[in-house]
Design a protein around this ligand. Structure first.
Ligand code: FES
Ligand code: FES
Length: 157
C-alpha cells in the first residue's frame, strides 16, 4: 500500500489537513480531494497556465507543484478570489469579452490578479509579460489584455 504523508495548509482561508501521496500534484489535490474544480488542467506539462493558483500570494502553475510542496502555505484558487463572480477582474473579463469557452479563464484571472497585487497600474507590455505563461485558444488575447487593463483602472491608484 502506498505510503501517505500529512499535509496541512490553508485553502481559500480554510485550514485543511489531509493524508496525501508524495506523488500527488497540487492541482489534483485541489480538484480531486477538495473539489475545487475551478482550477483547470489544460496540459499537465507546465505549458498552458490553466491550473494557475496563488501560493502565499505568488502565481504558480499547480500542475508543476507537488501538493506536499504547499505544506503550510496559503493557497488561493479562483473560488477564493471571486466566490460570487464579482471580483473586478471577473467583471472586466465579462465586460471586455475576455473569454469565449472559458477554459483558460480561471488561470488567466489568477495570473492577472497576482500582477495587479504587485503592479496596480500595469501598461499593456506588463500585462502581456505577466500572462505570457497562459495560453488561450479562443480570444486572440487582445480582449484579455483589455480586461486586465480595465480592471486595473477601476482598482488601481
Ligand atoms: Fe498546468 Fe497546463 S495544466 S500549465
Ligand atoms: Fe477558450 Fe481562452 S477562452 S481557451
Amino acid at each position: 500500500m502506498e505510503k501517505l504523508y500529512p499535509l496541512s495548509l490553508a485553502v481559500n482561508g480554510r485550514e485543511v489537513s489531509e493524508m496525501v501521496s508524495a506523488r500527488l500534484l497540487l492541482v489534483d489535490f485541489l480538484r480531486d480531494v477538495l473539489g475545487l474544480t475551478g482550477t483547470h488542467v489544460g496540459c499537465d506539462t507546465t505549458q498552458c497556465g490553466a491550473c494557475t493558483v496563488h501560493c502565499d500570494g505568488q502565481a504558480v502553475k499547480s500542475c508543476t507543484m507537488l501538493a506536499l510542496q504547499a505544506q503550510g502555505q496559503a493557497v488561493t484558487t479562483i473560488e477564493g478570489l471571486g466566490p460570487r463572480g464579482d471580483h473586478p477582474l471577473q467583471q472586466a473579463f465579462r465586460e471586455e469579452h475576455g473569454l469565449q469557452c472559458g477554459y483558460c479563464t480561471p488561470g488567466m484571472i489568477m495570473a492577472a490578479a497576482a500582477l495587479l497585487d504587485t503592479n496596480p497600474s500595469p501598461d499593456e507590455a506588463a500585462v502581456r509579460h505577466a500572462l505570457e505563461g497562459n495560453l488561450c485558444r479562443c480570444t486572440g488575447y487582445q480582449p484579455i489584455i483589455a480586461a486586465v487593463i480595465s480592471a486595473s483602472r477601476k482598482t488601481g491608484q
